[in-house]
Ligand binder design. Structure first.
Ligand code: ADP
Ligand code: MG
Length: 297
């Protein structure tokens, strides 16, 4: 699965151990459980991102998520998935040394730009689909794909080409990993991006929940709004369950039928009719072929 050459090392150190090898710089972000800093390798002067999580109590949720994330990242090697370089453990903390993404979160760029051009979305969605196809082929489901968990490897000022990295594998699921033998039936992820079958929480759901989230991401990138949005969580859940998708003007008027059809294909409430990640990757809008005629449901 992962050649030993690339396999991240795990080292046990005392609390100041990490600072022997890395000098910590500015804080890059804060997640639900971790704080992330920029760091420079003392030896190579190369820059990385270091995610730190407190161990508080053994068996705590944050540690479980971090362990899951480390296990999963040890099994992946893809240009559009964040790379785990090494792991340090101290009695109180776990540090993950990750490749540095200087461009920040896609959610922040979207806030700044309001929306992306169709051909920019094409590049981002193609890279995302490549990463998700890779994961799904490995029986791995991310379960928390959202704009905040997609980072840009370089800043997009000066029109540098987009290079995305999918990150935050704390909620991901991989068949065969310890702790992953459960049916995939736990409700997790972020409500705006949550597939109807995940919300429903009744049956075992499949990899296709990631494709739903990809549809939410693509919709938001194109128009700067969420496809499903409401004042309260119950109302939002209702919207998602019936999958009422609206391409409101004026934002959507100039967007091609091929893009709308792809969004519809991903945001299909029925998992039987929803596109797979591979179908997304091979879609004519993504591959740049002729724009297909829109088929209304
Ligand atoms: P959590 O699991 O706690 O949500 P994340 O892995 O999502 O933590 O990291 C929190 C935030 O830190 C991210 O949203 C991002 O802003 C920043 N961050 C995380 N990893 C990196 C990285 N490799 N390079 C740059 N910034 C990062
Ligand atoms: Mg996060």
């Amino acid at each position: 699965l992962h050649s030993p050459r690339n396999r991240p090392r795990t080292r046990i150190e005392d609390d100041s151990g990490i600072e022997v090898d890395y000098s910590l710089g500015e804080m890059l972000g804060k997640g639900a459980f971790g704080v992330v800093w920029e760091a420079t390798s003392v030896n190579s002067k190369e820059k990385f991102a270091i995610k730190m999580v407190h161990k508080d109590k053994p068996g705590s949720v944050s540690i479980q998520l971090l362990e899951r994330e480390i296990q999963v990242l040890n099994h992946v090697d893809h240009p559009h998935i964040i790379k785990l370089v090494e792991v340090f453990e101290t009695p109180k903390k776990v540090f993950m040394v990750l490749e540095l993404c200087r461009g920040g979160e896609l959610s922040d760029i979207l806030k700044e730009k309001k929306s992306f051009k169709e051909n920019e979305v094409k590049v981002i969605m193609k890279q995302l689909a490549e990463a998700v196809v890779y994961m799904h082929d490995k029986d791995m489901v991310h379960r928390d794909l959202k704009l905040e968990n997609i980072l840009l490897s370089t800043s997009c000022i000066n029109d540098a080409p987009f290079n995305i990295k999918v990150t935050d594998f704390g909620l991901s699921h991989m068949k065969g990993l310890p702790g992953c033998d459960d049916l995939m039936s736990s409700r997790c992820g972020t409500l705006y991006y949550m597939a109807p079958e995940v919300l429903n929480n009744k049956h075992e759901y499949s990899k296709l929940c990631d494709v739903w989230s990809m549809g939410v991401i693509m919709y938001a990138l194109l128009c700067g709004r969420m496809p499903f949005n409401a004042e309260t969580a119950p109302l939002l859940e209702e919207q998602i369950m019936c999958g009422a998708l609206k391409f409101k003007e004026p934002e959507w008027i100039s967007i091609s039928d091929g893009a709308k059809e792809l969004v519809r294909g991903m945001l299909n409430v029925s998992t039987i009719n929803r596109m797979t990640a591979r179908q997304v990757l091979e879609d004519s809008w993504i591959t740049g072929g002729a724009v297909r005629k829109r088929i209304d449901p």
